[in-house]
Design a protein around this ligand. Structure first.
Ligand SMILES: *Cc1c(COP(=O)(O)O)cnc(C)c1O
Length: 388
């Protein structure tokens, strides 16, 4: 059989989802390219009483990844979709209808906000953004028609830590579904379903893929939300391609050790940055100076490699001077791959989570390079800003 679900996380990651004896002993599952699935006779066809019936509904390749993600999340079921953004939009479409109210955290990943402000509003859903630090007081924002509370912690770019258990308890007491975009932590560092969340969302593009060469999303649900999520997935036809699914399964094997290195280097660089000239603040939840540190420590078992810092002054000119001086860090979106990246973030879309910062915010993805080299690169960038 596949993994026995015992042992340490790296032991389990090395085997989860694999079932060699079902595939002639080959360690990995086949990459099944398939639309049509044949039935042995008309009775089986009419009743669809066999495991696989059509490519959009799952294959041995998608099952292998979904099994592994279910084990990591502790979920009843997982759907696999073509991007992290689809992993956000499919569950929102599954649970929201005209006349419903959705509460979305103000520090949400920007494309999630765009989807809510355009398509959800267009379908007649009432969209409201809430302060990431609201905690249990979200109760006061709940309306009789609040159907979904959408969370993301830490917040995109500004890294606010949400009190997920308190928010989930208040939302559930009013019968709302709680969703969490858990991309930053991966299920290795935070398991949303253990903290009262119903639907856990991941851009598998990031750490699970890990090599900046694939786009994929996963959505995992608890027992009570699974049927509706799965039904929407089948109805929308948002299935992923087999090569991409396979690549993410492959990425999982090394995700534990990659995350250890991402975490170690990012924490070292974040601590070091706090004392550097030209830096006003470092927004990393593992730093005791971070306002969400206590909640992070209570709920998360670690930190990944993405954080932000604030320049001590200036604006776009200084931010661009920093970025243009970098030689190892690439200038690019996304993160979770092996290579370091930097971006000047925009907070123009925020209603409340604006941060009130003295200078521009720079987001760093700390890759697997040597931390000493990354520090030297950042130091050059800071010098180029002329700030002190
Ligand atoms: C990147 C990201 C997504 C979207 O993932 P894609 O695969 O790039 O579409 C969703 N949520 C968060 C928090 C992300 O960082």
């Amino acid at each position: 059989m596949a993994s026995d679900k015992s042992g340490g996380i790296n032991t389990r990651l090395a085997h989860m989802g694999n079932d060699p004896l079902s595939f002639h002993g080959f360690v990995n599952p086949p990459v099944v390219h398939g639309s049509t699935v044949l039935f042995p006779d008309s009775a089986t066809m009419a009743s669809r009483s066999q495991k696989y019936t059509y490519g959009t509904r799952g294959t041995p390749t998608t099952d292998a990844l979904a099994t592994a993600i279910n084990e990591l999340e502790g979920s009843a079921g997982t759907i696999i979709v073509p991007s992290g953004l689809a992993a956000v939009t499919v569950p929102l479409l599954a649970f929201l209808s005209a006349g419903d109210h959705v509460l979305i955290v103000d520090s949400v990943y920007h494309p999630t906000r765009r989807f809510a402000d355009t398509m959800l509003k267009g379908f007649g859903v009432e969209v409201e953004y809430y302060d990431p630090l609201v905690g249990g007081e979200i109760e006061a924002l709940m309306k009789p028609n609040t159907r979904v509370v959408f969370t993301e912690s830490p917040g995109s770019n500004t890294m606010e830590i949400q009190d997920i258990p308190a928010i989930a308890a208040a939302a559930r007491a009013r019968g709302a579904i709680v969703m969490m975009d858990n991309t930053w932590a991966t299920p290795l560092l935070f398991r949303p379903l253990d903290h009262g969340v119903d639907v856990s969302i991941h851009a598998a593009t990031k750490y699970p893929g890990g090599h900046s060469d694939v786009l994929l999303g996963t959505v995992s649900a608890n027992e009570s939300s699974w049927e509706r999520l799965h039904e929407a997935f089948i109805t929308l036809g948002t299935c992923a391609g087999p090569n991409d699914v396979y690549q993410v399964l492959r990425g999982l094997r090394t995700m534990g050790i990659r995350l250890e290195r991402h975490q170690e280097s990012a924490r070292e660089i974040a601590r070091w940055l706090e004392g550097m000239p030209g830096v006003a603040r470092v927004l990393h939840p593992a730093l005791p100076s971070h306002p969400g540190h206590a909640i992070w420590k209570r709920d998360f078992s670690g930190a990944s490699g993405l954080f932000s810092f604030v320049l001590s002054g200036g604006g776009e000119k200084e931010a661009h001077a920093f970025l243009d001086a970098l030689k190892i860090f690439g200038l690019g979106y996304s993160w979770g791959g092996f290579e370091s990246l930097a971006v000047h973030v925009s907070l123009a879309d925020r209603r409340v989570a604006k941060g009130n910062f003295p200078g521009p915010v720079i987001r760093l993805q700390i890759g697997l390079e040597d931390a000493a080299d990354l520090k030297a690169d950042i130091e050059n960038g800071l010098k180029a800003t002329g700030l002190r």
